[in-house]
Design a protein around this ligand. Structure first.
Ligand SMILES: N[C@@H](CC(=O)c1ccccc1NC=O)C(=O)O
Ligand SMILES: [Zn+2]
Ligand SMILES: [Zn+2]
Length: 209
């Protein structure tokens, strides 16, 4: 039986955070050290910190909230492909891969080298890629980057176009140790009733070898 491979960013105060957004914090409200019977902590963080999924409500007031998202999107077979340091994610680049029947596509770019620093710029997903991926059957796109759009984008065209084509978004995965191939993915969001996004514990298990 193959091991689960953790592809999540560990969460602590140092986890790189979107500029101006809420960083991670954890504190103990009750402690054994102070005579309590248990340690009980409290966490505070942005819903878009670290490895996380976006709900459509993130960029559309009428969009689905996290609790409404189908769990099938986040559990099941996934293909990992390597695209080292792309300028952008275009149809031109992706058409070199056989993606027929791929439901969950995870792309390893290695573009975010120093995880302790939030990147200054990232390769964006070209909005036209959405239709191309949807035709292949993709319903989840995962990147080792903090967004699918340029970081200063206000219109978020890739976010909108992906969802318009039924493709959900997983951001900030760590794939440095993951070779291209077929895996089983588990990356369930928290049951946040009003959530615009959610941190996930993302993990892969090798299949088919
Ligand atoms: N789209 C990004 C997050 C994002 O855009 C964002 C996150 C926190 C604070 C501000 C943000 N965008 C501001 O224009 C994401 O999906 O994680
Ligand atoms: Zn996000
Ligand atoms: Zn996003």
């Amino acid at each position: 039986m193959d091991k689960w491979l953790d592809i999540s960013q560990p969460l602590n105060e140092k986890t790189a955070c979107w500029p101006g957004d809420t960083p991670f914090s954890y504190k103990l409200n009750w402690t054994k050290q102070d005579g309590g019977s248990v340690n009980v902590g409290q966490i505070n963080l942005s819903t878009h910190l670290g490895t996380h999924i976006d709900a459509p409500f993130h960029f559309d007031d009428k969009g689905k909230k996290v609790i409404e998202l189908n769990l099938d999107i986040y559990i099941g077979p996934a293909r990992v492909i390597c695209l080292p340091n792309p300028q952008c994610f275009s149809i031109h680049l992706l058409q070199n891969f056989d993606l027929d029947g791929v439901e969950r596509l995870l792309i390893r770019t290695g573009s975010w080298q120093d995880r302790s620093i939030f990147p200054e710029s990232i390769p964006p997903v070209e909005p036209e890629l959405s239709g191309f991926l949807a035709e292949k059957g993709v319903k989840l796109l995962g990147l080792d980057l903090p967004s699918v759009d340029e970081l200063d984008s206000k219109e978020l065209p890739a976010h909108h176009q992906l969802y318009a084509h039924g493709i959900h978004i997983l951001e900030g995965i760590i794939l440095n140790q993951i070779e291209a191939g077929e895996y089983f993915l588990s990356a369930l969001p928290l049951p946040l009733m009003d959530g615009d996004g959610s941190p996930v514990r993302a993990a892969l298990k090798r299949i088919g070898i």
